[in-house]
Design a protein around this ligand. Structure first.
Ligand code: FAD
Length: 390
C-alpha cells in the first residue's frame, strides 16, 4: 500500500493534523491515519481533564492556546460537516492560579509575559479574591492570577470526533491498525510495518502516538525523551455552593474545577513516585491522603464531600522540559514528531494540527513560528522550560 502522508495515531493530535492538512489548499496528496484502537479508551485525549488556559510562561504555549480558544469559539467554521457542528461544549471560564509568598515572583513574571502576549489576565489581591470568591480560604495567599477570556473546558472526545469526522469528509482515510515499526534507510523512513506484516510506503510520516511515541521513534533509531506518567482524576460532589467557580490551581499543585453536578480534581504524584508507568490503576491514596486535605483547607465547604468516580490516564511527559517536541529530527527528513505534550496537548491540538499541516506542505511554519519547540533544544540538551505545569 502507498500513500502521500501517513499519520500514526488518530486521537486529538493525529486527527487535528489530518483535518488541517486535508484543508490546506496547497496540499493535493492522499492522507491515511492509522489508529490502533478506534474506541480511544486508553488515549490521553479521551481521559483528559480537557481544559484550556492562556496562562503559560512561554510565548509559544500561550499562542498555541490562544489559537485553541479561537478555534473552539469558531468551531462551526472549521468542523461543520453538511451543516452539522460537533458538540464540544466549550465552557468559557478562567483558570485561577493562587500564589503564596513563595510563588509570588513566578506569578508576577508569568504575568509580564502573558501581558506582552495579549492574554486577558488580571492579578488579584487576597482582599479582591475574598470578595469574588467568598468560599475560598485566602489566609496563606499573597496574590492570584485569573484569566478573563478564552480559558475554560470542553468535551475532549467531542473535539476528537469533530476533527475526525471533518477529516473523513475531506477524503482522509482512517484505518484501525497498529504500526509496529518504521523502516529507515539513511535520512528517510521508507515504510511502516503493521502488526499483520503489511507495509505502507509514503512520502511523509507523522508520529502522533502519544505515550507510544518513543517506542515508535526507537524503531527508527531515534531516542525521544518522552515517558508515560500516570495522572488520576477524581470526581466528587459537595453540598457547598461555589459561585462562579473557576479552574482553581492551588499553590500545592492540586487543581479542581466544576464538572456537571460536581467537581473534578487532581494532583501530580510526588516526584519520586512519578515514574514511567503504563497501568491504569487509580492512585486512591492521592485522594485520601493528599487531595482531600488540600481541598478542605482551600475551600472549607469541601470538608464534606462525596467521591463519586475516578479514572487514570497518562501524560506523554517530555522529561527534558515538559514541552512538545515538534517537527523533524535533524537526521531524518520525512518523519515529523508532535510528542511530549506533558499535560497540555488537548488545548494545543488545533494549533499543532495546523503547524504540522504547514510543515508537511511547505516544510516551514507559516502562521506561528514554533522553531523553539523543535528537536534542536533536545539534541543540545538545552531545556526550553515551561514554568506553569499542572
Ligand atoms: C489525566 C489527564 C489530564 C489531562 N488534562 C489536560 C487538560 O486539561 N488540558 C490539555 O490540554 N491537555 C490535557 N491532558 C493532555 C492531553 O490529553 C494530551 O496531551 C493530548 O490528548 C495528546 O493527544 P495525542 O493525540 O498526542 O495522544 P493520545 O490521545 O494519547 O493519542 C495517541 C493515539 O495513538 C494511538 N497509537 C499509539 N501507538 C500507536 C501505534 N503504534 N500505531 C497506531 N496507533 C497508535 C493510540 O491508540 C492513541 O489513540 C491531560 C492528559 C491526561 C492523561
Amino acid at each position: 500500500m502507498q500513500t502521500d502522508v501517513l499519520i500514526v495515531g488518530g486521537a486529538a493530535i493525529g486527527s487535528a493534523a489530518a483535518f488541517f492538512l486535508a484543508s490546506q489548499p496547497d496540499f493535493k496528496g492522499k492522507i491515511h491515519v492509522l489508529e490502533q484502537d478506534f474506541s480511544y479508551e486508553k488515549s490521553a485525549t479521551a481521559l483528559s481533564a480537557a481544559s484550556i488556559r492562556h496562562q503559560f510562561s512561554t510565548p509559544e504555549n500561550i499562542k498555541l492556546s490562544q489559537f485553541g480558544s479561537d478555534f473552539l469559539q469558531n468551531i462551526e467554521h472549521y468542523l461543520a460537516v453538511n451543516g452539522e457542528v460537533p458538540v464540544v461544549n466549550f465552557k468559557e471560564r478562567g483558570y485561577l492560579f493562587l500564589a503564596t509568598p513563595d510563588g509570588l515572583s513566578t506569578l508576577q513574571s508569568n504575568h509580564v509575559i502573558q501581558k506582552i502576549e495579549n492574554v486577558d489576565v488580571s492579578l488579584l489581591t487576597p482582599t479582591q479574591l475574598s470578595s469574588r470568591y467568598s468560599w475560598l480560604n485566602v489566609d496563606d495567599l499573597s496574590a492570584a492570577s485569573i484569566g478573563n477570556r478564552g480559558e475554560g473546558w470542553l468535551d475532549a472526545y467531542g473535539l476528537l470526533q469533530g476533527f475526525r469526522r471533518k477529516a473523513v469528509s475531506l477524503g482522509v482515510n482512517y484505518i484501525q491498525a497498529r504500526v509496529e515499526k518504521l523502516q529507515r534507510s539513511g535520512r528517510r523512513i521508507i515504510s511502516a510495518e503493521l502488526t499483520d506484516g503489511t507495509r505502507i510506503s509514503f512520502d511523509k510520516v507523522i508520529n502522533a502516538t502519544g505515550v507510544g511515541a518513543s517506542a515508535l521513534a526507537k524503531t527508527a533509531q531515534i531516542e525521544l525523551p518522552v515517558e508515560a506518567r500516570k495522572r488520576t482524576i477524581f470526581y466528587f460532589t459537595s453540598s457547598a455552593t461555589l459561585e462562579n467557580c473557576p479552574m482553581v490551581i492551588d499553590p500545592s499543585g492540586a487543581y479542581f474545577r466544576p464538572e456537571g453536578e460536581g467537581y473534578i480534581c487532581g494532583i501530580a504524584p510526588r516526584a519520586e513516585d512519578d515514574v514511567e508507568c503504563d497501568d491504569f490503576m487509580i492512585q486512591h491514596h492521592l485522594f485520601e491522603e493528599v487531595l482531600w486535605p488540600l481541598l478542605a483547607a482551600r475551600v472549607p465547604g469541601f470538608e464534606a464531600l462525596r467521591l463519586k468516580s475516578s479514572w487514570a490516564g497518562h501524560y506523554d511527559m517530555n522529561t527534558l522540559d515538559q514541552n512538545v517536541i515538534l517537527g523533524a529530527h535533524p537526521d531524518i527528513d520525512n518523519l515529523l514528531f508532535a510528542n511530549g505534550f506533558s499535560g497540555h496537548g488537548l488545548q494545543h491540538s488545533p494549533a499543532i494540527g495546523r503547524a504540522l499541516s504547514e510543515l508537511v506542505t511547505y516544510c516551514e511554519f507559516r502562521t506561528l513560528e514554533l522553531g523553539a519547540l523543535g528537536w534542536r533544544r533536545v539534541i543540545n540538551n538545552c531545556p526550553y522550560l515551561e514554568a506553569n505545569i499542572i
